[in-house]
Design a protein around this ligand. Structure first.
Ligand SMILES: CC(=O)N[C@H](C=O)[C@@H](O)[C@H](O)[C@H](O)COP(=O)(O)O
Length: 232
């Protein structure tokens, strides 16, 4: 499979789910355009509508996924063939899917990967541990991403990015490695590259203003609480 991205660098995840303030048709395409203007080399996006919108306004490769809850299952990132097909049909260059080692899905995942490759589309594995990353690579995934670290019960539950996982994966993988999840500053993005990531995905810190605001409000609130300064 030929390289997906023109160069190493920043991929911006442009996602708003139902109930979020920016969940409004067309908003994620505007976010993607801003990301492109800012120097992103790729976009990650959820759902066929956003993927189509984004593909119509930016030239960058798009990693597409479909978040869908299935009753009784913990797997929600592009869980089944029908979801994979929707993302391929929407024009994504890469399909991202859950490749955590849960619910005994290795065989099904391998056939989803084959399906994407037959359609000429690459696959990104969203994993949470070293073992899952190695398994995903052996199943044929084209990119391995630390997306799910902190979101499976057996991976480290930490506030910042899982750079230790990036380091350990970088030592063992041959496929390109993506650092993703809770990267909140340019400095953390640089640390992820130093740890061995080929690409860095940043989402909330760029495209979810409610969380950005919350970070400022909390920090300011803490300072105000500790300070004796009277309000003028
Ligand atoms: C765990 C999960 O479902 N992650 C999702 C995957 O597509 C997105 O909600 C995240 O925004 C994305 O991974 C980027 O991460 P962050 O927004 O932390 O930079």
């Amino acid at each position: 499979m030929k390289p997906i991205f023109a160069q190493r660098g920043l991929i911006v995840s442009c996602q708003a789910l139902p109930g979020e303030p920016l969940y409004f048709q067309g908003t994620m395409a505007r976010m993607a355009l801003a990301a492109e203007q800012g120097g992103a080399i790729g976009i990650r996006a959820n759902g066929p509508a956003d993927i189509r919108d984004i593909k119509s306004v930016v030239k960058l490769p798009v990693i597409g996924l479909l978040k869908r809850d299935i009753p009784g299952s913990a797997i929600y990132i592009t869980p089944e063939l029908v979801d994979v097909q929707e993302i391929i049909d929407a024009g994504a260059d890469v399909v991202a899917m859950d490749m955590t080692d849960r619910e005994d899905r290795a065989e099904r995942v391998a056939s989803l990967i084959r399906h994407c490759h037959e359609a000429g589309v690459a696959v990104m594995a969203d994993i949470s541990t070293l073992e899952e990353g190695l398994l995903a690579e052996s199943l044929g995934a084209d990119l391995i991403s630390t997306t799910m670290s902190g979101y499976t019960p057996y991976s480290p539950q930490q506030a910042g990015p899982d750079l230790e996982l990036v380091r350990r994966l970088a030592e063992r993988l041959t496929k390109p490695l993506v650092a993703e999840g809770r990267i909140w500053s340019p400095e953390e993005a640089e640390e992820a590259l130093k740890a061995g990531a080929t690409y860095v995905v940043v989402g909330g810190a760029i495209t979810r203003p409610q969380f950005i605001t919350q970070k400022y409000a909390e920090r300011i609130g803490q300072w105000l609480e500790q300070s004796d300064k009277p309000q003028s």
